[in-house]
Write a protein that binds this ligand. Structure first.
Ligand code: 3PG
Length: 211
């Protein structure tokens, strides 16, 4: 795994961020850092994503990645804005290869044995398990880990605090991702104290669940 993925694995949590306004990125970054989780996956689902990545990356104290990267040009825009890792909901060869050309770790989505093999064939050893909640959850990951011993999974999608223990108990789970720590409506409403509290709660829980 790369240094960047090692850092994600140390934090064990990846907040999935959907920002409607780039101006919310600064306060959100503050809430993440003061909440004890200097990590963000800013999704390319809104027009604000690129600017938000830039604002967060420019702080210098956050590991910022781009999520929902589904097109090659988004790889380039994300990297130019300062994203240090990329996440996709599925596995797309062109996206993965562009990320590799740019030297940026990429976590494509994979929930079946065929998809995991496709990621391995592209030279990857860490995948996003998405959407985790409906794709079989921790039992499916444990089953996939049997044949794919060296693969690390980042379950994301439909995950909440109540699911953390079962995912983080699996040695093959590098980190768990989700938006529950950074709810879009709270960020939009400027409730950064509320976001900080959710982040701090998630960090405390993940720390308690450390092996
Ligand atoms: C993602 O892009 O990873 C998911 O939309 C996050 O899923 P969640 O909102 O259910 O946590």
């Amino acid at each position: 795994m790369s240094d960047v993925l090692d850092t994600l694995a140390e934090h064990r949590l990846v907040p999935v961020v959907v920002l409607d306004e780039a101006r919310d990125a600064g306060p959100l970054g503050e809430a993440l850092v003061t909440g004890g989780l200097p990590v963000a996956e800013v999704t390319f689902r809104t027009a604000a994503a690129e600017d938000a990545i830039r604002v967060l990356a420019d702080r210098g104290d956050l590991l910022v990645g781009a999520g929902t990267v589904v097109r090659v040009e988004q790889v380039d825009r994300a990297v130019a804005a300062g994203a240090r890792y990329l996440v996709s909901p599925g596995t797309d060869r062109a996206v993965v290869e562009r990320a590799q050309e740019r030297g940026v770790p990429v976590l494509p989505g994979a929930v079946t044995a065929t998809e995991v093999q496709a990621a391995l064939a592209l030279g990857l050893d860490t995948v996003k398990f998405f959407p985790a909640g409906t794709a079989g959850g921790s039992r499916a990951i444990a089953a996939l880990a049997a044949p794919f011993g060296g693969v690390r999974f980042v379950p994301t999608g439909g995950v909440g605090p109540a699911d953390l223990d079962e995912y983080l108990a699996l040695p093959c789970v590098a980190a768990v991702g989700g938006s529950w720590m950074v709810p879009r409506d709270r960020v939009r409403a400027g409730d950064l104290d509320g976001v900080r509290a959710l982040v701090a709660d998630a960090v405390a829980l993940a720390t308690r669940l450390r092996p």
